[in-house]
Design a protein around this ligand. Structure first.
Ligand code: PAF
Length: 282
């Protein structure tokens, strides 16, 4: 596996592969790999001859009071895991190589970024959208693979790729969970044992809500009220950031379930902010 930190060398290698007729896949990450990341890499390897993984803790997607400096980092372990997953190239740039001192260009998708996580993280999706466009421009891959845990992020990336005619196929892959249902996340490392024991209630609540819909509870307000009560008892250590029922593609609120909807939740649990979601079929 090649490890490249210079953006221009990365661009050259990706372009050489394209010229040679190889299909290429990019898996953008911020490192601290867990089974969720590795599943994206393994999937990418089934779809493309050459798999590139970017490992970059992108400063511009962290707000001033967020966990940029505390974000888990372990390059040696990540290199080893990426190699085992069959990755061909790891791109690990320095922040100053990705953002020139006079960097002035931002990519925004306000209509999709305003609500849900964007409410409490106002600069987050601008940072994500901007760095993802930089990465897609460097790699120009056939496909780029993202996890569905960050559903809003995925919806934004699909939209910007469509709107900006970026010729990369954006693929979302299912959430990978621990055995008790907790969605894997690098930030789970922040949980104390007591919080970790309670955390699976987040996904249990979403599955329970899906069952309530099946039983006939289709008004968004009733569903979200009942889910809030569930979390108040079963996730008592957490503070709910939001519970929303939205259209899966354009993220607008759904009042009554008449077509598939996305139920999304975010909670603060100790030092961690956990997000999860579930698709609710009709
Ligand atoms: O999901 C992530 O890890 C990040 O938001 C991404 C897509 C790598 C952009 O920094």
């Amino acid at each position: 596996m090649d490890i490249i930190s210079d953006p221009l060398l990365f661009q050259q290698q990706a372009s050489t592969w394209r010229r040679l007729g190889e299909t290429t896949a990019l898996v953008p990450t911020m490192g601290a790999f867990h089974e969720g990341h590795l599943s994206l890499m393994r999937y990418a390897k089934t779809q493309a001859r050459k798999v590139m993984v970017s490992l970059f803790v992108n400063p511009s997607q962290f707000g001033p009071s967020e966990d940029l400096s505390a974000y888990p980092r372990d390059l040696d372990r990540d290199v080893h895991l990426a190699q085992e997953a069959g990755v061909d190239l790891l791109f690990n740039p320095r922040p100053e190589a990705m953002y020139a001192l006079d960097h002035a260009t931002w990519v925004e998708v306000p209509s999709l970024a305003r609500d849900l996580c964007g409410r409490t993280r106002p600069v987050h999706f601008r940072g994500v959208a901007t760095v993802v466009v930089k990465l897609l421009n460097l790699a120009q891959p056939t496909l780029a693979v993202f996890g569905e845990k960050d559903w809003q992020q995925l919806a934004i990336i699909k939209r910007l790729a469509r709107d900006l005619f970026i010729p990369t196929h954006i693929v979302g892959r299912p959430i990978v969970r621990d055995e008790d249902g907790l969605a894997l996340s690098s930030r789970n490392a922040y949980l104390t044992p007591e919080e970790r024991a309670m955390a699976p209630a987040l996904s249990q609540g979403l599955r329970q809500a899906k069952a309530w819909v099946r039983e006939g509870l289709t008004r968004s307000k009733d569903l979200l009220d009942r889910l809030a009560l569930f979390y108040a008892s079963d996730l008592a250590l957490a503070r709910v950031d939001y519970l929303r029922l939205v259209d899966p593609e354009n993220l607008t609120p759904v009042e009554e379930i008449r077509q598939p909807a996305l139920l999304a939740a975010a909670v603060y649990l100790g030092r961690a902010r956990l997000i999860d979601n579930i698709l609710i079929p009709v």
